[in-house]
Design a protein around this ligand. Structure first.
Ligand SMILES: Nc1ncnc2c1ncn2[C@@H]1O[C@H](COP(=O)(O)OP(=O)(O)OP(=O)(O)O)[C@@H](O)[C@H]1O
Ligand SMILES: [Mg+2]
Length: 1004
């Protein structure tokens, strides 16, 4: 809040008025800062507190009212502001409506009961002729805090109704006629945040629109997992479009209904918008189609049905080239139009410029389905959903927020293009090999701001002097970076030339660095940066921040005092005293006007400052003359909100005679002070005010021009920002690679893996932190052995092994170095993992049902290029059923999917049953037991089957009571005895016979 507005607020002596029912913000206080005097308000019948100047009251005998006015007393009505609020509540019926009244945002009527307790707002009452109306509100400076609670925590939409000063032509001349209209200027929703302070800086804030071609399935088919339903899902075309308003990113993709859950999980939207025609399907079914992500769903009826990409142009920084327009499919266009229309509808008056849409397609990216994203703990942990412990946490060492967002995006959509991946890896490798270069780049990146989000503020016409300066500094850093890149390339080439004379080496290719350098376009942006730094006075800006911080602290302190005085049932006299003390601003003793533009920012500004200086000289001269004339050293030329320009003398000097002074008019005197108007000072004061106003207006003009320049360069600045993000991600990967001993993976078109000495990125780091060692393991799945069937004791590292290989694959295709000694990865199109067990009782799905649903998806979707990890499939049911299901999965994967598969199980019979699977190999982990009874896990994978689970060891480690342990040991001994006995009766081939029926079913 600016000093001025606080002071004018304080001018109305209390912040909150006490009513019989509680605290109410004072009406007078809520007058906007522009009205310094509390002008009379008169609303027939409404009990509003008014401050009326005595001079404006009718004096003498009152003239009778005209007849018709007496007869037609209007019906009772709510005060205008409440009426305006009600209208907005009706119009925006699905939103919380916050109405701006002076320095407050307020709610009234039913919404108060509904929402105030949810955000801990105190409920007060406002008296009206129609009875008390509940109200609740908060200071406008707190808007972001409450928006966070409403939008982010409670998933509401908030309509912000601002007060708009009515033009004189529209205002009634009647005293008390409303000066302001209240108009909803924006509806804030979780997916349409632009620059709110509570946004997660490390993740994109996507709004996703989904368009479905054709009708939704009939109800009978909903819960069925029938072939017909599957066919329906595969053939129903879906268009997706997602936008991050805070960065301007805009994407579209065509897909089918079956892939929708994975795509939605990858985008990770904060809000999903669907066409209003889908509302009838109901939340439950739509959530199911979207994959149970618990999305915040909203429906929207498009007001403009765009049928071509060209119609998106007004919302884009530049139009989509004609030749590219035809690439967009009809569902993509429908989804894009839906998302843009929704945004237009929510932003109302605000214009926004998005980046041209980028088309994504399924085959560009490795698909990580929803379960795998969760199960592999890519962005958050399975157990408690926290970031700490996730893969992203382990590999993120970015120094900028937008770099962190890029890494997160890449990690959930690893590339399928060898050239893209290799380009990324080249850059990482260069950073790994060139410490000093990497350090220089990181040091520079640390000095940049979140350019994409900054730019977005300019694109909607916001962005203040601080934003301009941050941008200018970032552009300077871009320039430095470009020099550093250039110098590095040149030095490198020189070095190679020298080297070439001695050694016969190929000159290393630094094409990827040239490419990056070539993408940094600095010409326009450097000019903007220069203009900004030429215009903005950083010291002035700093001083203004200090002043604002003081004002803010003062305002908060005063509010606290009022609230605590109210709680204690006191009147809060200290506040009134302080308020009356501060309500007079003095031109001499008060703070100097703080200018944020340099004087030479424009010729007009320079002239205006020179004029002001002259006037201030005149003022000093006038004061000097008056002091001399009146022999009053204490004389000051002041200005106050209520008195205007006046002169003030205090102490003994006050005894001087005013009569000698031409144009002086006394307005008050006490024993020790004297206050008077003086025509000379009044005239000069008005000229000084005018001059300051001219400076302010010119500052705003220059400011607007700078903003315009930024917007003109939006495209270049965004492109440069993208380059910075790429460098940040590469440096991050290089830093982690050096820290953790990672290697560059070799990507190939094959369908096999060859990982030597692979480690789990998070478990390895975790063990290292405890001073323990991770046992590295190899993995050569894909060539001869397409399926690894892994057995072994509990806690001996099966699950860890499965996940580490999936994660190494993902990291490799993301373009990161991987935790291994050597790794060749044949490109993987889809990663599937069936790992954790989770039930979804709410959706009527038991633990086993969830397990089977996940397994079903894998068997239906995995291709020969896919990578599948399956951990203990079938453990959620009886051993017989479990073995049957496990076998069926292996059979299907082996004969039909032919994917690379790591399959861990405690059903050892599966090893016997799959002996004739050519492409399946058995591996296991162990427990090593010493003669003295001590034992240790052997996490090293070896060929073979391990039929011992050593579960009781884990049970004892977990602290099962000794009595229970004794029972368990006894039972186990009996069972083992029983097994040995029956093994004596049955030959090995009979084991297969036991499962004969299962084999027959599976094969059939
Ligand atoms: N290769 C390894 N080197 C060192 N420690 C490991 C290794 N693999 C796993 N561990 C440790 O063992 C713990 C258990 O591993 P994991 O969950 O993979 O076992 P598991 O064989 O799947 O057990 P269960 O059969 O009970 O599911 C891990 O949390 C980790 O601390
Ligand atoms: Mg396990």
């Amino acid at each position: 809040m600016s000093r001025k507005s606080i002071l004018s607020s304080v001018g109305c002596s209390t912040l909150l008025c006490r009513s019989s029912t509680g605290l109410q913000p004072c009406r007078a206080l809520r007058k906007p800062a522009t009205s310094v005097f509390c002008s009379p308000t008169w609303c027939r019948g409404a009990k509003t507190k008014t401050v009326v100047k005595a001079s404006s009251l009718p004096q003498g005998v009152l003239a009778p009212l005209p007849r018709d006015e007496i007869d037609t007393v209007p019906a009772k009505a709510y005060p205008t502001v409440l009426q305006q609020h009600l209208n907005n509540v009706r119009k925006f019926n699905d939103c919380v409506v916050l109405t701006r009244v002076g320095d407050f945002y307020e709610m009234y009527f039913d919404q108060v009961k509904q929402y105030a307790p949810l955000v801990n707002l105190k409920v007060a009452k406002r008296a009206t002729v129609l009875g008390d109306v509940p109200m609740a509100g908060f200071q406008h400076t707190q808007l972001d805090r409450y928006l966070k609670m409403f939008v982010q925590d409670l998933g509401k939409q908030v309509a912000i109704s601002e007060q708009v000063r009515l033009p004189d032509s529209e205002r009634s001349s009647k005293a008390g006629a409303p000066m302001y209209d209240r108009k909803v200027t924006r509806v804030v929703t979780a997916g349409t945040l632009i620059d709110e302070s509570f946004m997660d800086p490390y993740e994109n804030n996507y709004l996703l629109a989904v368009h479905l071609e054709g009708a939704l399935p009939a109800h009978s088919a909903h819960d069925g997992r029938s072939e017909a339903y599957e066919r329906y899902k595969r053939t129903t075309k879906v268009g997706l479009s997602w936008v991050d308003l805070s960065s301007g990113d805009f994407y579209t993709q065509s897909s089918d209904l079956a892939s929708l859950p994975s795509l939605a999980a990858r985008v990770g939207p904060r809000e999903v918008v669907l066409d209003s025609t889908m509302e009838s399907a109901g939340q439950a079914q739509l959530q199911k189609l979207l994959g149970e992500g618990g999305y915040s769903l909203h429906y929207h009826q498009t007001t403009q049905t765009a049928s071509s990409v060209a119609e998106w142009t007004p919302m884009l920084e530049r139009a989509v080239p004609d030749k590219d327009q035809d690439n967009f499919t009809a569902p993509e266009i429908a989804a894009g139009s839906l998302v843009l229309d929704y945004i237009r509808n929510k932003l109302i008056d605000q214009q926004i410029q998005l980046q041209p849409p980028v088309r994504r397609s399924d085959d560009e990216y490795m698909s990580i389905d929803k379960q795998s994203l969760r199960g592999l703990e890519i962005r958050s942990t399975l157990r408690d959903g926290t970031f700490q412990g996730s893969v992203l946490h382990a590999v993120r060492h970015t120094v900028t927020k937008s770099g962190a967002r890029l890494l997160s995006q890449r990690l959930v959509s690893p590339s399928m293009s060898l050239s893209v991946i290799n380009n990324r890896l080249d850059l990482v490798q260069e950073m790994v090999g060139q410490d000093a270069f990497c350090e220089d780049v990181v040091a520079l990146l640390r000095r940049t701001s979140d350019t994409l989000r900054l730019l977005q503020r300019f694109s909607i016409g916001k962005g203040d002097a601080d934003d301009l300066l941050s941008l200018a500094k970032t552009v300077d850093v871009m320039g430095r970076l470009s020099e550093v890149l250039h110098d590095h390339i040149v030095a490198h080439q020189d070095g190679v030339v020298e080297q070439e004379e001695d050694v016969d080496l190929e000159p290393p290719e630094l094409g990827f660095l040239w490419d990056i350098l070539g993408r940094l376009d600095l010409q326009g942006p450097a000019r903007v940066s220069k203009s900004i730094q030429h215009a903005i006075d950083e010291d002035g800006l700093d001083r203004r921040h200090v002043a604002e911080a003081e004002d803010q602290a003062e305002a908060e302190e005063m509010t606290d005092e009022v609230v605590s005085a109210d709680t204690a049932g006191e009147k809060g006299p200290r506040l009134a005293k302080r308020a009356s003390k501060t309500k007079v601003t003095t031109a001499e003793s008060g703070p100097e006007e703080i200018w944020v533009m340099r004087r030479n920012a424009s010729p007009t500004l320079e002239r205006a400052h020179a004029d002001l200086e002259k006037l201030l000289d005149l003022k000093r001269e006038l004061a000097r003359r008056l002091r001399e004339q009146l022999k009053a050293e204490s004389l000051m030329l002041k200005w106050g909100a209520q008195l205007g320009h006046y002169c003030h003398i205090k102490g003994r000097d006050a005894q001087g005679i005013l009569s000698a002074l031409e144009g002086a008019r006394s307005i008050g005197s006490t024993k020790s002070t004297r206050t008077f108007y003086l025509a000379d000072w009044t005239h000069l004061g008005v000229r000084i005010d005018d001059s300051k106003l001219r400076i302010r207006t010119e500052e705003e003009r220059v400011f607007g021009k700078l903003r315009g320049q930024v917007v003109e360069n939006l495209m270049k600045l965004r492109r440069n920002a993208a380059v910075l993000d790429e460098l940040d991600v590469a440096c991050s990967s290089a830093t982690i690679a050096k820290e953790r001993n990672l290697v560059r993976p070799i990507l190939s078109e094959d369908t096999s893996h060859r990982i030597v000495g692979g480690r789990h990125p998070t478990v390895d780091a975790g063990l290292k932190a405890q001073g323990r060692v991770f046992t590295a393991n190899d993995c050569a799945v894909g060539d001869q052995e397409k399926i690894y069937l892994i057995t072994g004791p509990n806690m001996a590292g099966k699950s860890t092994y499965l996940r580490q290989n999936a994660l190494i694959t993902i990291l490799a295709q993301t373009g990161c170095f991987v935790p291994a000694d050597y790794a060749v990865i044949g490109l993987v199109d889809k990663i599937f993992s069936r790992v954790g067990s989770a039930d979804n009782l709410y959706q009527d799905q038991s633990t086993f049902m969830v397990e089977m649903l996940e397994a079903a998806e894998i068997l239906k979707q995995a291709t020969p290029r896919s990578f599948v990890i399956m951990d203990e499939v079938g453990r959620g049911t009886t051993p017989e059923d479990g073995v049957a299901v496990g076998y069926a999965c292996l059979h299907h994967l082996h004969h039909i999917n032919k994917s690379r598969t790591l399959f861990a199980t405690h059903f050892h019979a599966l090893a016997d049953m799959t002996r004739d699977f050519d492409a399946l190999a058995c591996y296991c982990t162990d427990v090593a037991e010493a003669g003295d009874g001590s034992w240790a896990y052997v996490h090293k994978l070896r060929r073979g089957v391990n039929r011992e689970s050593h579960a009781l060891k884990v049970a004892r480690l977990a602290g099962l009571p000794e009595s229970a342990m004794a029972v368990a040991a006894e039972v186990l001994a009996d069972l083992q005895k029983e097994r040995r006995r029956s093994a004596g009766h049955h030959s090995a081939s009979l084991t297969a016979l036991e499962y004969g029926p299962v084999l027959a079913v599976a094969a059939g």
